[in-house]
Design a protein around this ligand. Structure first.
Ligand SMILES: Nc1ncnc2c1ncn2[C@@H]1O[C@H](COP(=O)(O)OP(=O)(O)OP(=O)(O)O)[C@@H](O)[C@H]1O
Length: 250
């Protein structure tokens, strides 16, 4: 079942910058789709349009059977960005509960749901901590938990691990795949500069051209989940990474 469709989608900013030109894409439920491409090729712009945060100047976007704005308002989608953007003065649990609080859910439900996703990201012992007491990786886990708290069907992640060291990054990649296994049929769209990360996580890697951004091609990673260290060490992994890296040069 298609959950996201881009039909000739373009975006020209008011200053005349053509950020995205005629992007076409069909994402099926349960896909893990990564976008790779040079800096400034329009990856974030595509995301912002699909997530209803910015309007396209051409073409159509259908998401969860309606418009991006409808999907955002109905909690069907959630976003995670490179910066964790937590409220510094409230506890981890309340940061996570924020989307439910904004939708005026009963307090009891807010706490139950926040506790549920705290377990999912392994931070159950930090419910009462403040963000400043956490490491960068833990802050990102909180940010992911906050995105998951309202059970989105599509999760947009824009370079979520870009600011983390390599070891933390790999740990979080594994945690994300494990969350995905537990979260039935959640679809993930993921922006990264890193070919290794894209191959490890995704079943589809979309390669973008330099500005104006177009989706130049797709590389399918036909390796079943769950994936783990054995995949990272497998010759197929290196081959896929080379294929993605090569396609970025064209
Ligand atoms: N609000 C804006 N107004 C004008 N131009 C913009 C705006 N946002 C982005 N751009 C331009 O659009 C192009 C695409 O930007 P975008 O952030 O989508 O690229 P990106 O591929 O996500 O880049 P990066 O990998 O560096 O994060 C860039 O040339 C950028 O300067």
């Amino acid at each position: 079942m298609q959950v996201l469709g881009l039909n000739n989608v373009s975006k020209t900013y008011k200053n005349g910058t053509i950020a995205v030109q005629q992007a076409n894409l069909s994402v099926r439920e349960g896909d893990f789709v990564s976008f790779v491409g040079p800096s400034g090729c329009g990856k974030s712009t595509i995301f912002r349009m699909a997530a209803g945060l910015s309007a396209p100047t051409g073409g159509e976007i259908e998401i969860l059977g309606g418009s991006p704005d409808e999907a955002r308002k109905s909690n069907g989608i959630a976003c995670v960005f490179q910066e964790a953007t937590l409220l510094p003065w409230v506890s981890v649990r309340d940061n996570i509960a924020l989307p439910l609080q904004l939708r005026k859910q009963p307090r009891k439900r807010q706490i139950e749901e926040a506790e549920r996703v705290l377990h999912l990201v392994g931070l159950q012992d930090y419910a009462k901590a403040l963000p400043r007491e956490l490491s960068g990786g833990m802050k990102m886990r909180v940010s992911i938990a906050r995105a998951l708290v309202a059970n989105p069907r599509i999760l947009f992640m824009d370079e979520p691990f870009g600011a983390l060291d390599e070891i933390t990054r790999q740990t979080l990649q594994d945690e994300l795949l494990s969350i995905r296994q537990k979260t039935e049929r959640m679809t993930i769209l993921f922006v990264t500069h890193n070919a290794f990360e894209a191959v490890y996580l995704s079943n589809r890697v979309m390669v973008m051209t330099p500005r104006p951004g177009r989706i130049a091609g797709e590389i399918r990673i036909d390796v079943p989940y769950p994936r783990g260290e054995r995949f990272r060490a497998h010759p197929d992994f290196g081959r896929y990474v080379s294929e993605v890296s090569e396609s970025l040069k064209h």
